[in-house]
Write a protein that binds this ligand. Structure first.
Ligand SMILES: Nc1ncnc2c1ncn2[C@@H]1O[C@H](COP(=O)(O)OP(=O)(O)O)[C@@H](O)[C@H]1O
Ligand SMILES: [Mg+2]
Length: 368
């Protein structure tokens, strides 16, 4: 049986504020309540910052849901600060974590997005991360494509990550890239039934509860599409910029427009478009370029929308094969045309990031 909001409110009305002598629902402290089947999430709005009280109330809320509704319900509570209850101001400020902010040790966070699946978003994310790591930069890769996590396959990593005594997850590491994927934690069939709020909460945990340490770059593989889930993720993460992956067909280009619109809406700079599967070069005719899906579409579109083209990646069998075997092409064969195309894309991404901050990112470059 799925749970409804009224049941949750009734359960939470059993939790009393120790000083106000009233319950949390009556005090208006339960906000943004979302209930999806057995998953419950809301913001506990505190009139003043008091971590001890907030933690105590969180435990009591969870206990009330388990006692009055369902032992198995998943309760996810964010704590917010509502100063207006205190001094008449209208502003709602989220409580900042003690470490100074989410992913505060990460210099640049780059989202890799696409309008639809199968265009090579993960392939680009993985090779971009690998190309950055090759320069000696400290790189993280966060797979938020909960429905189709492909990072485990693309790195041939299927083990569960370790957890520290502080209950923080230690990212897996390969080829100098620290990574976390839902694919490490749940099996794909289980994730298929996840709804928006659960995905957002998982992404928040990937930011809060993972020992990322200091990173120069974090590359995020977003779920394909430009719907509510993607919009929520890009609002949740302090992104530096977005890379949009497309194939050259006109239909795919419409998706790029939607992608650009989504990032504009939340004021995340679009670094540019990567045209994947841009052309095919037969191995025995290295000078030929066959534009199987049409030519120049992404370039025209980028001009029209005033965004840069970050790279054109050829359609090549070794790209898929290396992905399936668990070693990105940039690492498996760094002298191949495909690897060169990804490395050139990385250079352009770094340049565009540099333009944003007004100076080139402070990353030590030590090529092999
Ligand atoms: N440029 C390319 N050349 C050959 N195969 C590619 C290329 N880009 C992606 N692929 C393959 O296409 C499939 C889909 O790519 P993937 O990166 O998983 O897409 P998405 O993350 O957008 O769903 C994968 O099997 C991948 O290896
Ligand atoms: Mg993918």
């Amino acid at each position: 049986m799925s749970i409804n909001k009224e049941q949750v409110k009734t359960a939470l009305s059993h939790v009393l504020h120790p000083v106000e002598k009233n319950d949390l629902v009556a005090l208006g402290m339960i906000q943004d309540l979302i209930v999806q089947e057995k998953y419950i999430t809301f913001t506990l709005e505190m009139p003043e910052q008091n971590d001890e009280l907030a933690n105590d109330l969180k435990k009591k809320c969870e206990g009330a849901v388990h006692k009055f509704i369902d032992r198995e319900a998943i309760v996810d509570i964010q704590v917010g600060l509502n100063i207006s209850k205190n001094n008449g101001q209208q502003k709602k400020t989220p409580v900042q974590p003690v470490d100074g902010g989410l992913l505060s040790g990460v210099k640049h966070i780059i989202a890799v997005a696409s309008g639809k699946g199968g265009v090579g978003k993960s392939t680009v994310a993985v090779n971009l991360a690998a190309a950055l790591a090759r320069t000696g930069a400290k790189v993280g890769l966060m797979d938020t494509d909960i429905y189709g996590p492909s990072i485990p396959t693309m790195f041939d990593l299927f083990e569960a990550p370790n957890i520290t005594t502080q209950k923080k997850l230690i990212p897996l590491e390969k080829h100098g890239i620290k990574m976390v994927s839902m694919g490490f934690l749940v099996d794909a069939n289980q994730a298929m039934v996840w709804r928006g709020a659960m995905v957002t909460s998982a992404v928040q945990q990937f930011m809060k509860d993972v020992e990322w340490g200091e990173l120069d770059y974090m590359v995020m593989d977003l779920p394909p599409g430009t719907g509510d889930i993607q919009l929520t993720i890009v609002q949740t993460v302090p992104l530096s910029g977005a890379v949009i992956v497309s194939t050259p067909q006109n239909v795919a280009l419409d998706d790029v427009r939607r992608g650009v619109a989504m990032f504009n809406k939340v004021n995340v700079p679009v670094l540019g478009v990567v045209e994947n599967m841009a052309y095919f070069t037969p191995p025995d005719m290295p000078d030929k370029k066959y534009h199987i899906f049409g030519e120049g579409g992404a370039v025209k579109l980028a001009e029209e929308m005033n965004i840069p083209v970050l790279g054109e990646i050829p359609l090549e069998m070794p790209i898929r094969e290396s992905g399936d075997k668990g070693t990105p092409i940039v690492i498996a064969d760094e002298h191949s045309n495909a690897a060169k195309a990804f490395i050139a894309t990385k250079d352009k991404v770094v340049t565009e990031l540099g333009k944003l901050s007004g100076k080139a990112p402070k990353v030590e470059i030590k090529f092999k």
